[in-house]
Write a protein that binds this ligand. Structure first.
Ligand SMILES: [Zn+2]
Length: 394
């Protein structure tokens, strides 16, 4: 097997990992005096006690805060700008993001804009971003993840949608955009409903799978990605079946954090570009659900090309399959895991996606998030993308 023995690694985040670790937040070195405490617009962190526990810990740490509770499932630029304005008006000097990927990604974008003038898209890439250099570094960010998906608690990137241009793209990504401190406490994940546990878990898993076959893989990212795949294969069905299965929640939290590290070292592939196009046009579609819908056809494309057979064989083994002989066995293992998690039959049509959009979605994927196509282990044309959407359509 070809292994790339070169990599750069810089992940400056202090991670508190494990059940009950949120209780240690108050005794940590906190990177500011007044936080913008960012949460979602939903009810979960209020109802499950995570918000009250975080507020208590901030008090223990002697830190003041202002609450911002408007982040949506697929976060948009307007909300980021609103959060940054609130932080500026209240003199907040750092950001605490308590929630899933949307909240943490928004936290990264808000941290940029608290310290800089203008609009988020002045500093964004994609088709319409102005790509200006950031004048000042983002303010420090603390992440407390409440889900096992996205891996945002250990990476520097965030994904935000510009609702005016239908661009769902990566922003931030500066060395100062890494959280300075992250709490990964599986206790906070117990109340995630089965369906979302599956969507988020598959996001983590597919991130690791993509990093493992990525053109940018290396000996270090392989280590994180393979272990992440192994943990997700073992624990995701259990976490979906019983949210109170503590070992399974911890196992999935670990798989997710590892996927974040794998993304820092390697990169995801066009599967993520193609999904972001789907949920940019259909914001009700959860990121993980969109990835699951196209995953089979997406990986079959590379298996048919026989560009990394051994890698697919190793991943099928990591997913716990016995007697693996050929790369196609990976698809069998992936589909079985989707069946075991009750997500094998997700339908694009349930989210309003129509076959007539495939050309536009494929174009958007390449225009808005083109760089991830470089992660593909074999070139994928516009027509190939349309065909993957078509094969995945239900
Ligand atoms: Zn993802």
């Amino acid at each position: 097997m070809d292994v790339n023995m070169k990599f750069n690694m810089y992940i400056p985040t202090k991670i508190l990992f494990g059940e009950g670790k949120l209780n240690e937040l108050g005794s940590q070195k906190i990177p500011g005096r007044k936080a913008l405490l960012v949460i979602s617009s939903g009810k979960s962190v209020r109802e499950n006690g995570a918000l009250a526990r975080t507020e208590e810990q901030l008090k223990v740490a002697g830190v003041d805060y202002v609450l911002f509770d408007k982040i949506m499932q697929n976060p948009v630029k307007m909300t980021v700008m609103e959060g940054a304005a609130l932080a500026k008006a209240n003199g907040c000097d750092f950001v605490v993001a308590l929630g899933g990927g949307s909240v943490m990604d928004s936290g990264k974008a808000i941290a940029m804009m608290v310290n800089n003038e203008g609009d988020l898209w002045d500093y964004a890439g994609g088709k319409t971003g102005k790509r200006l250099p950031l004048k000042n570094p983002p303010v420090p960010l603390v992440c407390i993840t409440t889900t096992a998906g996205t891996g945002s608690e250990v990476d520097a990137g965030g994904v935000i949608t510009n609702e005016e241009t239908n661009e769902k793209i990566g922003i931030a990504g500066y060395e100062e955009s890494f959280p300075v401190l992250s709490v990964v406490d599986p206790e906070l994940m117990k109340t995630v409903p089965p369906k979302y546990t599956a969507y988020q878990g598959f996001d983590a898993l597919l991130q690791s799978i993509e990093c493992y076959i990525s053109y940018f893989n290396n000996v270090m990212s392989d280590m994180y990605a393979l272990t992440s795949i192994e943990y997700a294969g073992k624990y995701l069905p259990r976490a979906v079946k019983d949210g109170n299965d503590r070992e399974a929640r911890s196992g999935m939290a670990f798989a997710n954090t590892l996927s974040g590290v794998a993304m820092v070292l390697s990169s995801t592939t066009a599967e993520h570009s193609m999904e972001h196009a789907m949920s940019a046009y259909h914001p009700n579609l959860p990121h993980g659900a969109g990835l699951i819908m196209i995953s089979r056809a997406f990986f079959e494309f590379f298996i048919d090309k026989h560009v990394c057979d051994e890698r697919f064989v190793r991943m099928a083994k990591a997913l716990g399959m016995d007697g693996v002989k050929k790369p196609e066995d990976f698809i069998t293992a992936l589909v079985k895991l989707q069946e075991d998690c009750g997500v094998a039959n997700l339908k694009m049509s349930d989210y309003g996606i129509k076959p007539s959009e495939f050309d536009e979605l494929a174009r958007n994927a390449r225009e808005a998030m083109g760089p991830l196509f470089a992660g593909n282990p074999y070139p994928m044309s516009h027509e190939d993308c349309v065909e993957i959407y078509r094969k995945s359509y239900k």
